[in-house]
Write a new protein. Structure first.
Length: 558
């Protein structure tokens, strides 16, 4: 503020500063009045100009902050939509990978594949068909189809899309197939498969504007319009999905997410300002108040600060909704874990508990594969890191174990083959794996540990870890064939396999957690298996557990 003092000292006769001389008082009075009026006028003009400049500056700043806040919120929403879409793409790849593993495990028999595909098509209106193909010397043969008749790319079975597929386990997208109802075609060839099997799928898409269900304004993605295009760019011919007439109008943000060997481009726009109507009108409020009254300067600054707090609260609320949405990761994790089989003379129970943050999928897994009466192979593993890459690697190793066993390999060969699928130098991941074979009828247990905790054998009221060598984790060091540790066991006995989340705590040494597990297992060994496993999880993961946890128990009585 500019302080102006209009008070002047009374004139003193004979003082040259007064403008009065000895020639008369009238002349002196005219001179005094002439010096006051310009100073007062100048001060008023300066104050008015200063207030107008400040008001103009604040109005510009308010408009810029509101614009930036709207763009930032829109950018976050579009990025979050891309993240959600990438989770769906990962699930789609896992489903096609599962179908491929079924075909590999059954020597491409049509019946099992059609049964598996029918279960995936039931209740899923987006899928039009799932087909099993085989490519031999550039010739494509249809082995089985479930659902509607495949439309196929323009060249039919001779289209270069099929002959260009590689056995890398990645989605390959053929593109949009025109017709009465547009379809999106994609395929997957199992990694390392020399037989030329291909799982080909067609999904229905409707590029036209899709009506959105009624939702509150603060719901995730509420008040937003989206358009999804196949590939880079926004070519109308590649439009897959839109919630408003394309191209999307207004201020837009663009994000991409991987879709197999291509990408999906997401364009988003807000129907109305994301920061609210008052924030949009704020520049006009500041400008009007500043032009009307100098006090409006302080009021404008206060309003601007409050609106910035509103924008920050909106951003915080949006982040909270985003974290809640990421909670679906737990559901995705469970969907990747198998159902346990029923085995003669053997009870099996397993539990999976996500870490406390529940913000991302993890890499812990388990599996049990029957190998004849009273005999099975079991595996428990943990992938380093979290997120979709860890979940994808977990699924790959799990299905690789099943595939190698289906080929008739023993567990030593399976472990060596796994070590060739993952390298920390190139994949930036490693895995700890416990692989074992249990033959109840022969009373024999064979175990291999690659960087993982040895299993715990509970018998006669005692719980002891099996003494077996621990090799480096999968992906660390060269692949080598190692001999399994063989233990003779007779019932009744219970075998416990687990991941580090069950025993590791930040505030204690690892031996303390292992001792706690042994004591707890011995104390509750007489319980039924399901109760036994539940009690262990309750006692050992109640407090201090930060990581995902897998616990699997196998019990036999003879």
């Amino acid at each position: 503020m500019v302080a102006v003092n209009d008070r002047q000292e009374p004139p003193v006769a004979g003082d040259d500063r007064t403008g009065i001389d000895e020639r008369g008082p009238a002349r002196g009075r005219r001179s005094q009045v002439g010096t006051r009026r310009p100073a007062l006028h100048r001060t008023s003009a300066l104050v008015a100009v200063a207030v107008l400049l400040i008001a103009g500056a604040l109005a510009w700043l308010a408009a810029r902050v509101t614009q930036d806040a709207n763009r930032d919120l829109l950018d976050r929403q579009v990025e979050q939509a891309a993240t959600v879409l990438s989770s769906g793409v990962g699930t789609l790849q896992v489903q096609l990978g599962d179908a491929a593993q079924v075909a590999l495990a059954t020597a491409a028999a049509p019946g099992p594949f059609q049964g598996f595909a029918a279960a995936r098509l039931t209740g899923n209106e987006s899928f039009a068909s799932l087909s099993l193909l085989r490519i031999t010397n550039g010739r494509v043969e249809v082995l089985a189809t479930e659902g509607e008749e495949p439309r196929l790319p323009a060249g039919g079975l001779d289209d270069p899309f099929f002959t260009g597929l590689q056995p890398d386990g990645q989605l390959a997208v053929a593109g949009l197939l025109p017709g009465e109802q547009t379809r999106l075609a994609f395929a997957l060839m199992p990694a390392g498969d020399p037989t030329g099997l291909v799982v080909y799928a067609e999904s229905r898409v409707d590029p036209g504007p899709q009506p959105e269900p009624e939702a509150p304004e603060d719901a995730p993605f509420g008040g937003l319009d989206f358009a999804v295009y196949l590939g880079e760019g926004t070519d109308p011919a590649n439009l897959v999905l839109s919630t408003a007439p394309a191209p999307i109008r207004g201020d837009t943000e663009v994000a991409t997410t991987p879709f197999g060997k291509t990408v999906l481009t997401i364009v988003g726009s807000a129907e109305s300002p994301l920061t609210g109507r008052l924030a949009t009108a704020l520049p006009w409020i500041v400008a009007g108040a500043g032009a009307a009254l100098a006090v409006a300067f302080a009021a404008g600054v206060e309003i601007l600060s409050r609106r910035r707090e509103v924008a920050q609260r909106l951003a915080d609320d949006n982040g909270r909704l985003y974290r809640q949405q990421r909670g679906i990761a737990g559901t995705l994790q469970h969907s990747l874990l198998p159902d346990l089989p029923e085995l003669d003379g053997l009870e099996v129970a397993a539990r999976y508990v996500a870490g406390v943050d529940e913000l991302d999928v993890g890499g812990d897994w388990y599996d049990v594969i029957p190998r004849g009466p009273g005999c099975c192979v079991f595996v428990v593993g943990d992938i380093s890191g979290r997120g979709l890459p860890a979940a994808t690697t977990m699924a790959s190793l799990r299905f690789a174990v099943r595939a190698y066993l289906a080929e008739g390999h023993d567990i030593e060969t399976v472990m060596a083959q796994l070590n060739g699928l993952l390298q920390i130098d190139t994949d930036h991941q490693f895995a700890t794996v416990l692989l074992g074979e249990l033959d109840v009828s022969a009373g024999r247990l064979r175990v291999l540990c690659a960087g993982h905790f040895p299993p715990l054998l509970v018998t006669d009221g005692r719980a002891e870890a099996i003494d077996c060598p621990i090799a480096p984790p999968i992906g660390v060091g060269p692949a080598r064939l190692r001999s399994a540790t063989e233990v003779r066991v007779h019932g009744p006995a219970t075998l416990l396999a687990f991941t580090d989340g069950l025993v590791e705590r930040r505030d204690e040494v690892l031996d303390t957690g292992l001792d706690r597990l042994r004591e707890t297992a011995a104390r509750h060994a007489g319980r039924p298996l399901e109760d036994f496993v539940d009690q262990l999880m309750e006692d050992l993961t109640g407090t201090g557990a930060k990581d995902d946890t897998v616990l699997m128990a196998l019990r036999w009585t003879s």
